[in-house]
Design a protein around this ligand. Structure first.
Ligand SMILES: NC(=O)c1ccc[n+]([C@@H]2O[C@H](COP(=O)([O-])OP(=O)(O)OC[C@H]3O[C@@H](n4cnc5c(N)ncnc54)[C@H](O)[C@@H]3O)[C@@H](O)[C@H]2O)c1
Length: 341
């Protein structure tokens, strides 16, 4: 089939509006129907996006045979039901992160998509970020050397969720990015966190992924913090790099720093030689990550190519989250991560 992909979107809240703005603007898609259960939200959206038809009933999307793909941007607790209904109605699906809030439900969804030959893509937006793609190439060219460890922070004073905790809400971004860059899956996870504002919903979480080869990746997430920070630091044997996504420009800082070893030495101190070289700020051509993500989904719908962040990628992230959640509830005990094919 040619022509724009006919889209139905459900969930037009804070983030859903950004998705709608993109699918509305991209030539390869046409938003045929947009849905939100809330009348007032529908009225606001109708003023913002001229020509988009609105409904408060999801069934209107499911029953519209011209709609080829459904975009889901509701709270995650609704993702499973809405995504399963869309697949069963014969639609391709883009679902926001996290895929769902339960690993076994995630598996059922992936099985249903595969059985029905439907595209299932998860909104792991960081793997569409131009800086992530730049870093990936940089790592592939071995510019950083062996990657020793990484640490990420995604913190601010922001929207407090009332079902999923900070880990499930924010960490999918960092987990998906770290696994994308390293191309490996952690063996074990440790996590701690605390609930200050609502019982059993952790506002702040500290999670560490341990990989088979000694690589470590730490993720700090919180919606209860004075700083607004979205940062990833990668420490390699040759170079170190900081990806600071809170900056409007100069998001990448490359540090030619490390510890070299000398062949000719008399003491251990001489053997280890600190290398403090240049700091460079490479220009990475910009572009809205969300626009790239939406365009990728439309391409996958048209070409039937598996999305970069497909359902199985969603499961890998869920598996890490599940292990982290178990560790968190056990006060930080290491928990093995169930591998996903
Ligand atoms: N990629 C990102 O950077 C990013 C950022 C923020 C949020 N998100 C994700 O986007 C999703 C939505 O988050 P949000 O902040 O926009 O939430 P939100 O609460 O602002 O909006 C959710 C909307 O869904 C509607 N809704 C709920 N159930 C519905 C149903 N059954 N039928 C129709 N409408 C229904 C609500 O009325 C609401 O307007 C979540 O999965 C979240 O994790 C992603």
């Amino acid at each position: 089939m040619t022509g724009p992909v006919e889209i139905g979107q459900v969930g037009l809240g804070a983030w859903g509006k950004n998705l709608l703005r993109n699918f509305h603007a991209i030539n390869q898609s046409r938003v045929r129907l947009a849905c939100d259960a809330n009348d007032e939200t529908c009225a606001k959206v109708s003023n913002m996006f001229q020509g988009v038809n609105l409904t408060t009933k999801y069934d209107d999307i499911l029953n519209d045979d011209k709609i080829e793909a459904v975009v889901i941007a509701t709270p995650p607790a609704m993702h499973y039901k809405l995504a399963m209904q869309a697949i069963e109605a014969g639609k391709d699906v883009f679902v926001e992160k996290p895929l769902v809030l339960d690993l076994s439900e995630g598996k059922k969804l992936v099985e249903a998509a595969e059985k029905n030959e439907k595209i299932l893509m998860v909104g792991h937006i960081m793997v569409y970020h131009p800086v992530s793609l730049f870093l990936k190439k940089y790592i592939e060219k071995d510019e950083l050397g062996e990657i020793y460890y990484l640490y990420a922070s995604r913190i601010n004073l922001g929207k407090v969720r009332d079902i999923e905790n900070s880990l499930w809400s924010f960490a999918p971004h960092d987990i998906s990015l770290i696994m994308f860059l390293l191309e490996k899956f952690p063996q074990r996870v440790t996590a701690t966190g605390a609930d200050y504002l609502q019982k059993d919903i952790e506002d702040v979480s500290f999670m560490t992924m341990h990989f088979a080869d000694k690589t470590m990746a730490h993720v700090h997430v919180s919606w209860l913090d004075p700083h607004k920070e979205r940062k990833l630091t990668i420490v390699g044997s040759k170079k170190m790099v900081v990806f600071d996504d809170s900056r409007a420009t100069e998001k990448v800082w490359l540090y030619d720093k490390g510890v070299d070893t000398k062949l000719d030495y008399s003491t251990y101190g001489e053997y280890l030689n600190l290398r403090v070289g240049d700091i460079t700020l490479p220009h990475v051509p910009g572009g809205e990550p969300l626009r790239s993500e939406c365009t990728h989904f439309l391409e996958c719908v048209r070409t039937r190519v598996t999305p970069r962040s497909d359902g199985r990628d969603g499961l890998r992230v869920l598996s890490v989250l599940q292990a982290a959640q178990d560790s968190l509830k056990q006060g930080g005990t290491p928990v093995d991560v169930n591998p996903i094919d």
